[in-house]
Design a protein around this ligand. Structure first.
Ligand code: PRT
Ligand code: MG
Length: 225
């Protein structure tokens, strides 16, 4: 796996960092600054997917949040930043996860329509219809509780599912809670605290350690401030 990935490296001194635009990009910028790296373009306004930095040996690629582990696993990026939610769903194969960066914090929760009788819905023998993008996390959570579920995979706007009868509950990320409130939903169970992790390709860690190590150390120091 990693031998094939090595062949794809553009050059052994080049480092490619995979980020998603939005909160992960914004919250990673100060960590990059702490490592002396300034990104030259803003992905919100630029259409470029490969962004140069002040360091000619470091570039940032912009990918979907859930694709970050895939790029890093295959060595198309040397390192990346991804939410714990995304990493659990991906499985983490081929990834070294040295640092919890403590950014893009939120929680994974079960939510229902206000007034929904959850206690009755999860009684022994019943089947619960669960809509979520996070099928792995949802499956494990309800299995641990001994609740039988029918999982309905969605790619977004989970909040809609209980309102139109697609599901009984949703498993989704919550930060301020305003999306749930705006849709008359309530958080009924807390599953996990979520933050973003630095992930590193296992082959890159060995072959590019000299270049990577100072950046990893700067990230670690800055994330503790
Ligand atoms: O948006 P896209 O489909 O491209 O992908 P994505 O949603 O995975 O990316 P992005 O950038 O939105 O999220 C990247 C990472 O940020 C996630 O993988 C999480 O680890 C983390 N994160 C932190 C969040 C939130 N907070 C968050 N609030 N990801 C999503 N949300 C969503 C949530 O799904 C819900 O729809 O925001 C809504 C709830 O927010 P509140 O403030 O109304 O509670
Ligand atoms: Mg999003």
């Amino acid at each position: 796996m990693n031998t094939a990935a090595n062949a794809n490296y553009p050059g052994n001194s080049q480092l490619i960092l995979a980020l998603s635009k939005g909160r992960i990009f914004e919250e990673t910028l100060p960590l990059l600054e702490a490592a002396g790296i300034t990104v030259f373009e803003n992905p919100e306004t630029s259409r470029k997917l490969i962004l140069p930095t002040n360091d000619p040996q470091v570039s940032v690629i912009i990918v979907r949040a859930s694709d970050v582990p895939t790029y890093v696993q295959h060595g198309a990026a040397d390192f990346g930043v991804a939410g714990k939610d995304v990493l659990i769903e991906h499985g983490g194969e081929g990834l070294y996860q040295p640092i919890d960066l403590g950014i893009a914090k939120c929680r994974m929760s079960v939510a229902v329509r206000a007034g929904f009788d959850y206690a009755n819905a999860v009684r022994q023998g019943a089947r619960l219809r669960v809509a979520t993008k996070y099928v792995q996390i949802a499956r494990e959570h309800f299995a641990a509780k001994g609740v039988h579920v029918d999982l309905i995979k969605l790619y977004g706007s989970m909040e809609l599912a209980p309102l139109v009868g697609l599901s009984d509950v949703i498993v989704d990320l919550v930060s301020t809670g305003s999306t749930l409130r705006a849709n008359n939903l309530v958080e009924i169970e807390h599953i996990a605290e979520i933050s973003s992790r630095l992930v590193v390709n296992q082959a890159a860690l060995k072959l590019k350690r000299e270049r990577l190590q100072p950046i990893l150390e700067a990230f670690e120091r800055a994330s503790k401030l």
